[in-house]
Structures are given as C-alpha cells and as structure tokens.
Design a protein around this ligand. Structure first.
Ligand SMILES: *[C@@H]1O[C@H](CO)[C@@H](O)[C@H](O)[C@H]1NC(C)=O
Ligand SMILES: *[C@@H]1O[C@H](CO)[C@@H](O)[C@H](O)[C@H]1NC(C)=O
Ligand SMILES: *[C@@H]1O[C@H](CO)[C@@H](O)[C@H](O)[C@H]1NC(C)=O
Ligand SMILES: *[C@@H]1O[C@H](CO)[C@@H](O)[C@H](O)[C@H]1NC(C)=O
Ligand SMILES: *[C@@H]1O[C@H](CO)[C@@H](O)[C@H](O)[C@H]1NC(C)=O
Ligand SMILES: *[C@@H]1O[C@H](CO)[C@@H](O)[C@H](O)[C@H]1NC(C)=O
Length: 412
C-alpha cells in the first residue's frame, strides 16, 4: 500500500507547493527507497490485440529509462530497441511519459513489464499485462446416442478461454443444469458442461442450445444450436383406398412409414400366398390394375430399422361388378384379420342410388329413414308428372289436336 500512496503524493506535490519547497519535500520523501519516480499502469487486452504499456515519469532528469519484459529481458534501453521483437514499438518518450505498444498479444506475453529509471537510487514500477481470451462458439459432442425411452448425454465444450467461460445449456428458453468440468491448460481453460436428459420419440428434432458467456464478450453470448436426433422403431400404416373394390377396378395402396432412421426397404407381401403377377411395387406404393376376385386376400406392408420392426395389413375383397351384397370397410388394424360387421356409411348410400347398379342392394339399418324420404319424394314427383300429363292431355283433347298423342303416351 505504501508505494501507491507515496507515488500519489509525488504526483500531487507539484501544484500546491513552491518549487523550492517541492524539491525539499521530494528529497525528504525520496530518501526512502520506496519513493516512486516511475509509475506504471496495469493493462488488460484481448488476445491478438494491441497493448499499450505506459510509464509515467516524475521530475525526469535525463537519466536512462529501461523497459523490460516479464522475463526481465530488456526491450528498450532509453528509447533504443534492445530485444529483436518487432511487435514492440516505442511510440512516445517525453519527460513525463514513456509509452510502448505490443501488437498481436498472446497469453505468453502476460506478466509484469518493468519500467526502470536509473537515477542515484534505482526506481522501478511494474505494469501488469493481462490477456483475455474470449471463447469460440462451443462445440457439442454426443456422448450417448438418443434412443427413445432412454437418455441422451450431450457435452458442450469450450476448449480455450481466459478467464474460464461460463457454459449454459438451454431448451425452450429454460436452462438445463449440467455437470461442469474445468481444466487448466497453461494459462487458458477448457470448460465443458454435460447434460443427461430422457428422450422420447416426440423429442426427435427438438432444439437445444449451448451458450458460452465471458467477460470479454460484454454481455453477448456465443451460441451453438443443436437438434436432438432420437432413434426410434418404425411405425407402418397402410392408407386404404376409399370405397369398395370391384372387378376391373385398380387398387392402389400406400404404406406410410415413420422411424428414425427411416426404414430404407418396405416389403409388401400377401399372407399365405404369393403376390399377384400384376402387382406393381414402387417403394411405399402397391398397385394392381384390373382387379379380379383371385386378388382377394390379406396384403402386408413391413418395415424395419435397427430399433425395431412394424407391419400393417389390408384385407382386399373384390366384389362382383354386377351385384353387391355387403360392403366390408377396409380397416387397417394390427389385429389378426377378421371380417368386421358392416358399418353403414354415407358411401354405401351413394351406391344404393346408383342408377347403373340395378341389382345393388345395401343392407343397412340407418339407411331406412333415407329410403323412406326417397320413396316419398319419388311418389311426389310421380304424382306431379301424372297431374301434368292429365292436364296437357285434357287441353290437347279440348283443342281437338291428335298430333302429340304418341309422345305423350310414351310417358306411360
Ligand atoms: C496491477 O496488478 C498487480 C498484479 O495483479 C496488482 O498487485 C497491482 O495492485 C495492480 N496495480 C494497479 C494500479 O491496479
Ligand atoms: C535518454 O533518452 C532521453 C530522451 O530521448 C534523452 O533526453 C536522454 O538524454 C537520454 N539519456 C541518456 C543518458 O542518454
Ligand atoms: C499473431 O501471433 C500468433 C502466434 O502467437 C501467430 O500465429 C499469428 O500469425 C500472429 N498474427 C499476426 C498477424 O502476426
Ligand atoms: C394362413 O394359413 C394358416 C394355416 O394354413 C391359417 O391358420 C391362417 O389362418 C391363414 N391366415 C390367413 C390370414 O388366411
Ligand atoms: C372375393 O370376395 C368377395 C367378397 O367377399 C366374394 O364375394 C368372392 O366370392 C371372393 N372371391 C374369391 C375367389 O374368393
Ligand atoms: C364385369 O367383369 C367382367 C370380368 O370379370 C368383365 O368382362 C365385364 O366387362 C365387367 N362388366 C362391367 C360392366 O364392368
């Protein structure tokens, strides 16, 4: 503490005292070897930056000023370069201030720079140079792969910073606590933060980030974004064609597959049978043009990856193209194939009114009210037509014309 106080005194002295008194006080003060005729300032600079090392002189009398590096090698001897290192430049030498600059500062330049004034008693002051190394954007390493139902272990790493960077894992704006470890590698630090989180299939693609903060970044953060890659067994679903299949129709089935990794091969097969010759398979689609009843059967779509396998089936029933008795909805299930009772749908109603299907009979219960309404409507229309015909017929007879009788009779 004393050197600081006395140096402050030295600096403050010139103003309030007359030159004679000042010299006297100085002589008195400088009788103690701690009197500061040289004053240096501490400097902090970013790695790669330029440091300014200044040395303030008091009552400079023309004596020799020597500047030394932390290894006590002389950089400048009274203004003349002594050490062959072009990064050091003397930029100022006045009776009050000596200033040198050091460009492309590295952590090895850290330490105390000596500023020595060779007077009767040798005075020196030390300027401490500190180098700050901000972290690069951290990297993320997967320590344990993420498989659904398991845990993923991720490490965020910042290999080099000074002082040590602070790492923080974030997900959806919330911090995930991690296990932090720090290693001292000769002046710089390597920091890592490791998290373990349980993962499900829904977490696939979830966004995480690791933020590095550091005093030299002045509030900003270096952020590494990471997307979770969660492995999971496939799921398979056959998208059935709408409606029922008849002879001569073409069938097109699509197998929609999920999974991570996405299964590469999709296998189509027919249970207890070989695939029909006319079947065309291209990846997830399966097609048969011009169906016949021989195509009846259960078709299977299967997929697998390293984490499991899955299958779905579709039961094809090809109906006669003239008479339809029942409709079996194509229900893809993972149960053994059973023929479920008919569920009436709007679709079957459409078929029952199809004029091209005279033989079509739809056995439904909920269709009855519609049938009644239809019948009443038909009766109404019929009545209106009858009335019209009778009216026209009467008017024609009244006029005594017979020319239009034939077409009118054709309505009967
Ligand atoms: C300069 O740094 C050194 C070492 O860190 C410290 O002891 C000294 O008090 C500092 N001086 C000033 C003026 O900050
Ligand atoms: C040291 O350098 C200063 C400034 O250039 C000069 O005034 C002074 O005379 C020099 N001292 C010696 C002993 O050469
Ligand atoms: C700065 O110093 C480093 C080594 O400390 C060196 O690799 C780099 O080339 C230097 N850069 C310049 C511009 O001199
Ligand atoms: C396949 O054949 C086996 C034995 O012949 C029989 O038990 C099984 O029900 C058949 N599966 C289908 C879907 O026809
Ligand atoms: C195919 O299925 C339809 C509907 O169940 C049935 O009427 C027909 O007899 C079946 N044909 C063959 C060859 O199994
Ligand atoms: C009905 O199917 C047969 C073959 O099964 C075909 O020859 C005939 O043309 C089809 N009729 C209609 C109206 O599609």
């Amino acid at each position: 503490m004393r050197p600081v106080r006395s140096s402050v005194l030295c600096r403050l002295l010139p103003t309030p005292f007359s030159p004679a008194l000042r010299s006297l006080v100085l002589v008195l003060l400088c009788l103690t070897p701690r009197c500061q005729a040289v004053q240096a300032e501490n400097v902090t600079v970013l790695e790669g930056g330029t440091a300014q090392i200044s040395c303030r002189l008091q009552n400079y009398d023309g004596s020799i000023v020597v500047i030394q590096n932390p290894r006590r090698q002389t950089l400048f001897f009274n203004g003349t370069r002594a050490l062959k290192d072009d990064r050091f430049q003397m930029v100022l030498f006045t009776p009050r201030l000596v200033r040198i600059t050091l460009t492309n500062v590295s952590v090895s330049d850290e330490g105390g720079y000596f500023c020595q004034l060779y007077t009767d008693a040798t005075h020196h002051q030390v300027a401490t140079l500190s180098v700050s190394v901000p972290p690069e954007t951290p990297t993320v390493e997967v320590k344990q792969e993420a498989v659904e139902g398991g845990e993923v272990e991720l490490s965020c790493m910042s290999p080099r910073s000074k002082p040590a960077a602070t790492l923080r894992w974030m997900r959806n704006g919330r911090a995930i606590p991690g296990v932090v470890s720090q290693q001292d590698n000769a002046k710089t630090f390597s920091v890592s933060s490791t998290i373990r989180i349980p993962v499900e299939r829904k977490d696939n693609g979830a966004a995480l980030s690791c933020e590095a903060s550091h005093p030299a970044l002045s509030g900003q953060k270096r952020i590494r974004h990471y997307r979770l890659d969660v492995y999971f067994a496939p799921t398979v679903r056959i998208v059935p064609p709408p409606g029922i299949m008849r002879e001569g129709d073409s069938l097109s089935l699509t197998c929609s597959v999920t999974g991570n990794p996405l299964p590469r091969n999709i296998q189509w097969s027919k249970i207890n049978d070989t695939l029909p010759e006319r079947a065309e398979i291209s990846g997830p689609t399966f097609q048969i043009s011009r169906l016949s009843q021989l195509h009846n059967g259960t078709y299977l779509c299967q997929a697998q990856n390293n984490f499991g396998r899955a299958a779905d089936h579709y039961t094809l029933l090809v109906y006669d193209n003239v008479s339809v008795t029942t409709t079996v909805p194509p229900t893809p299930t993972t149960q053994p194939i059973t023929s479920h009772p008919v569920t009436p749908t709007l679709l079957t109603l459409v078929f029952s009114f199809d004029p091209k299907e005279p033989g079509a009979v739809v056995e439904t219960h909920s269709a009855v009210p519609y049938a009644v309404i239809g019948g009443v409507l038909a009766l109404l229309v019929f009545t209106v037509i009858c009335v019209l015909i009778v009216t026209i017929w009467c008017s024609v007879r009244q006029k005594g014309s017979y020319r239009t009788r034939e077409p009118i009779l054709a309505w009967y």
